[in-house]
Every structure is written in structure tokens, then in C-alpha cells.
Design a protein around this ligand. Structure first.
Ligand code: GDP
Length: 290
């Protein structure tokens, strides 16, 4: 169902205190003494030039375009490191936020969430290069679980229940909110959420609401656009329209732009780059936790 999109209310920077993101100025500062005529209208620059996510350890004035991951606004800095997935172990399914594993080593975790059918299971399987690691229950209204996977024995990937089942009973939708919100509000080891957005459909209000909620609660996240192969392949429509619309909707509401990246689980687009981005967030998190 296509929902009408309303703009977000403004809210504070998205990043947690651990991570900073900042706008990348592309226009030269005008001289204070010489009045300059207003510039002629320009076509909107690609978003990547106007709103880069600059990670810790990188000064804004040292950013060059070769530091930006392709198909994203993410700058790669000194914290990026080994991002290969060498092992994956299923740890636990939890029916309640309070039942999620408590790791005595405090290993960091990334939570993956998105609307039902967004491509979450496919993306998780593609990230860990294993078929059917993420076998979440897809039936609307069925008990939804939080699944923890341990990667390389050093960090967790957390598969959260999908939201916004088109035909879910109202009670199941409400459960999702309480359950998943409970997870986010009580997870000290959460480095960042990956909020999946289906690029093959126009922006959905429920996704904007979810981003809004994360932002309001100061939970850092990355927009991961899924099914970007489909978008590219669509004939007759401007391929990147949905992405552009979504980015336009969010662009005015962030003091510091959230990172975003295009992916496809079919072609593998963005997979390695997303893992690299996660490595820099994780390495910074690890260092801060010492
Ligand atoms: P989930 O409900 O969010 O876990 O979504 P799934 O991973 O089960 O994917 C839902 C549907 O989208 C399935 O039919 C997938 O084959 C399809 N799908 C998932 N990822 C992609 C992708 O990157 N490209 C394309 N073209 N289809 C995808």
C-alpha cells in the first residue's frame, strides 16, 4: 500500500555521541566585503556531493571524492579495517528484548530492520555469504523473534522482526512496536542500526516514521537501499526516482546527514562497501569502549 508521505518534524542529529556526521560544504564562502550576486539556478547536485557522512577521524576539509564509497554518501576513514566475513554462528532467538544475549565481552552489534518484504533476509544472507542464515518467520501475526548471529567471533548481526505487514492484525503491529522499541532502548552494545528501504517502491510513510523514531531516540543508523538492481532495470521510469524522492524527504531534517548506501542482494552491489562501512563504525566503537 502506498502511504502518503508527510515531511518529518525536525529532530536532533541522528548519530549517537560516538559517531559524528556532518554536511559537506560544496559552495565556496563568499567574501564579507564584496557583495556577490545570487548564483544562477543550478541543477541539484548529486546528493553525494551535498551531504556526506564523514566518519570519526576524518576532517571535513581533507575529504576527497575517492574516499566516498560508490553508490553511497559514506566517506571511508582511518577506522575502516578488515571487513571480511569468515565465520557466522547462530546464537539465539529471543522472543523478548530482555531475553537477548548478554555478552560478557561486550562485543558490538548491528541491528537490521525494515518493512516486511524489504529484502532483509536476502541482505543478511548476502552479507554473511550463506544461504538461509536468516530464516525469519514471514507470516503476519506469527510470533516474531530477534535473532542474534555472531560474526568472526567478534561482532553480532541482529535480525529484527519486519514491520508493516500489509495484512497483519492490529495486535501484531502493536507488538512489533513495543518489542522492537524495547530492544533499541536497552541495548548498550548497539553500534548502529541498518534501516532497510526498498528502492523499488516510492517512499513509504512507515519507513519515515521508523527513521524518525530512531532519530528522536538518538540511535545511529544507516539507510540501506535494497533491490537497487530492480530500480536500475525498470524501464520507462527514471531509475533512481524513488531513491531521490526518499533522500529529498529526509535531507532537510537532519543537521548531520545519516549515511546511506545502495545495495542489491541479487548482484552483490554494495555488499563489500556496506561491510567496510560497518568495520569503521565497529572499530571506532571498540576503541571508544576501551
Ligand atoms: P524480507 O521479508 O525483508 O526478509 O525479504 P526477503 O529477503 O524475503 O525478500 C523479499 C522478496 O524480495 C523476495 O521475493 C526476494 O527474492 C526479493 N528480493 C530481495 N532482495 C532483492 C534484491 O536485491 N533484488 C531483487 N530484484 N529482489 C530482491
Amino acid at each position: 500500500m502506498l502511504l502518503r508521505v508527510r515531511p518529518f518534524p525536525s529532530f536532533p542529529p541522528l548519530s549517537t555521541s560516538r559517531f559524528s556526521a556532518s554536511a559537506h560544504a560544496t559552495t565556496a564562502a563568499s567574501s564579507p566585503t564584496t557583495p556577490t550576486p545570487p548564483p544562477p539556478p543550478q541543477p541539484a547536485p548529486p546528493l553525494v556531493e551535498t551531504a556526506l557522512f564523514i566518519p570519526p577521524g576524518v576532517a571535513q576539509d581533507e575529504v576527497s571524492m575517492d574516499m566516498v564509497l560508490p553508490g553511497s554518501n559514506i566517506v571511508i576513514g582511518p577506522y575502516a579495517g578488515d571487513s571480511k566475513v569468515k565465520s557466522v554462528e547462530f546464537v539465539k532467538s529471543s522472543a523478548k528484548a530482555k531475553d537477548c544475549p548478554r555478552d560478557p565481552l561486550g562485543r558490538p552489534e548491528f541491528a537490521v530492520l525494515g518493512r516486511s518484504n524489504v529484502g532483509k533476509s536476502s541482505l543478511i544472507n548476502s552479507l554473511v555469504r550463506k544461504k538461509e542464515v536468516a530464516l525469519t518467520s514471514k507470516k503476519p501475526g506469527k510470533t516474531q523473534l530477534i535473532n542474534h548471529f555472531l560474526i568472526n567471533k567478534s561482532w553480532y548481526l541482529v535480525d529484527l522482526p519486519g514491520y508493516g505487514f500489509a495484512h497483519a492484525p492490529r495486535s501484531a503491529k502493536t507488538d512489533w512496536s513495543a518489542f522492537t522499541k524495547g530492544y533499541f532502548l536497552n541495548r548498550d552494545s548497539l553500534v548502529s542500526a541498518l534501516l532497510l528501504i526498498d528502492s523499488s517502491v516510492p517512499p513509504q510513510q512507515i519507513d519515515l516514521d521508523c527513521a524518525n523514531w530512531l532519530g528522536r531516540n538518538n540511535i545511529g543508523f544507516t539507510f540501506v537501499f535494497t533491490k537497487c538492481d530492480k530500480v536500475r532495470a525498470t524501464k520507462g521510469k527514471r531509475s533512481d526516482d524513488n531513491l531521490k524522492k526518499f533522500q529529498d524527504l529526509i535531507s532537510n531534517h537532519y543537521q548531520e546527514p545519516p549515511p546511506w548506501i545502495m545495495t542489491s542482494s541479487v548482484t552483490g552491489l554494495g555488499r563489500d562497501d556496506l561491510l567496510l562501512h560497518m568495520s569503521q563504525l565497529r572499530n571506532y566503537w571498540d576503541q571508544e569502549a576501551v
